[in-house]
Design a binder for this molecule. Structure first.
Ligand code: ASP
Length: 445
């Protein structure tokens, strides 16, 4: 069995965390490939190394001295080295970085050093082989990962019988220039590696014991999700749940590799399993109707009212075209007979709202356009809802009983989620209400 194991910033934030990582790696011989983030915050006062490196670069750009920031990073790594008794020549590594910073340094190279330094320390500590991501994670010039080439490069580097540590978050262009991914990208690196080595599982170790059914800032002690499908996770992440980087799903989904979210601080907790299909697990223990609830505030609803607008050929296309012209992304388009609405994020439209309305009026010959702000969208996601008659009735009835006015309803044909829009002020109450009815009191359904 091959396991690819990724440790997030909090898992490698201090020497104490490194020790936990070692226990996790040593306890399972299958944990062969290890991807690491840069050191994260070890306490509330501390800073993420990647943030400090971005700040250093901004200082260089504006010609402001960066020594204090640089020393914070230096001291962090030297502290870990000392406490773990490592031999790695970090002084030399820092000299190289410093020299480049004093000449001319690219932002991608500089911010990738957090992962690089963490990985060389971790490799020595775990008695594993260090492989630089710039030598194995290969991007095309278009910015996409070249899986085939990356696989070949890795195959040529691996020494038999040794575990491997690779820094996350970056790779290299064909000319060798370092390129970083978006923030939180080590999740993607782990997923790419899992794809390349055809892993049996991709373990993603972080500081929570898996995904929770609802946001713990809203619902007290929400339960952990034991099993979730990739599709359900996509819906939940899009609407705000963010334990795993959005893009990390694609490379593993392609090969049906399960992702297991685990907690470095509670290694015995099984965490959450993300699978392409949970039917085997569901046959043993039927899932809740609802797998998870997530949501976001601050959407605007733009409604066009015109008699029989829905039967006017091309009306919808013309409307959507206006939003496209102003580069505004659309969340949903609820359609009525004499009206239809376009739901967008307020942030995405506020700068162009007057231009959009006047163009809509002109292009659709429609005078009656209204805008409602302060709308929250909530995604109620669950494979268990599929083919269950009465689910939406139950949901809407429950919200009605709690005096929550539903402004928008949207359900796609695959029936794995129902999106509802409520006023911002009802956001938390709605999530608590759904959790209570469908999870806490699920036995009475
Ligand atoms: N260190 C990078 C960041 O802070 C990448 C990662 O941690 O995944 O975004």
């Amino acid at each position: 069995m091959i396991k690819v194991v990724k440790f997030g910033g909090s898992s490698v934030a201090s020497a104490t965390q490194f020790k936990k990582v070692k226990n996790i790696i040593d306890s399972d011989k299958d944990r062969m490939f290890i991807i690491t983030s840069a050191c994260g915050k070890s306490d509330d006062e501390d800073h993420k190394v990647t943030d400090l490196l971005y700040l250093c670069h901004a200082h260089i750009k504006y010609g402001v001295p960066y020594d204090d920031l640089f020393n914070m990073i230096y001291n962090k790594y030297m502290g870990i080295k000392k406490e773990l008794n490592l031999k790695v020549n970090l002084e030399k590594e820092f000299d190289i970085i410093r020299e480049l910073m004093d000449k001319e340094v690219g932002v991608d190279y500089l911010v990738s050093r957090g992962e690089y330094l963490t990985a060389i320390c971790l490799a020595e500590y775990l008695d594993a082989q260090f492989i630089d991501a710039s030598e194995v994670i290969s991007f095309n010039y278009s910015g996409e990962v070249n899986f085939e080439r990356s696989g070949e490069l890795l195959k040529n580097k691996i020494k038999k019988g040794k575990k491997v540590v690779i820094p996350g978050f970056y790779g290299a262009l064909p000319n060798g220039t370092i390129k970083v991914m978006s923030r939180g990208g080590s999740d993607i690196s782990g997923s790419i590696l899992a794809n390349i080595v055809n892993a049996d599982v991709y373990e993603n170790w972080t500081d929570v014991s898996g995904l929770l059914i609802a946001d713990p800032r809203i619902v007290k002690n929400p339960k952990t999700i034991d099993y979730i499908t990739y599709s359900e996770l996509r819906e939940l992440s899009y609407m705000g749940a963010n334990v795993l980087h959005d893009e990390a799903i694609f490379p593993v989904r392609e090969k049906n590799i399960p992702i297991n979210i685990r907690n470095t601080n509670k290694p015995d907790h099984p965490g959450t399993m993300i699978l392409s299909d949970c039917s085997k697990q569901d046959a043993i223990k039927p899932p809740h109707f609802i797998t998870g609830i997530s949501g976001k505030k601050n959407f605007s609803v733009i409604t066009l009212n015109k008699p029989q607008i829905s039967s006017e050929v091309g009306a919808l296309r013309k409307t959507l075209q206006v939003f496209e012209d102003f580069n505004v992304s659309i969340e949903s388009v609820p359609v009525g007979v004499d009206s239809f609405s376009v739901v967008v994020s307020t942030e995405g439209i506020e700068k162009v709202i007057y231009e959009v309305i006047s163009k809509l009026k002109k292009d659709l010959d429609c005078d009656n356009i209204t805008v409602i702000d302060k709308i929250a969208l909530i995604a109620v996601v669950g494979r268990g809802m599929k083919n269950k008659p009465g689910m939406s009735g139950l949901l809407f009835g429950e919200l009605g009983a709690h005096n929550i006015n539903i402004r928008i309803i949207n359900q796609a044909a695959d029936e794995i989620d129902i999106i509802i829009g409520v006023e911002n002020k009802d956001f938390e109450k709605t999530i608590r209400c759904i959790y209570d009815r469908f999870i806490t009191r699920s036995d009475t359904l």
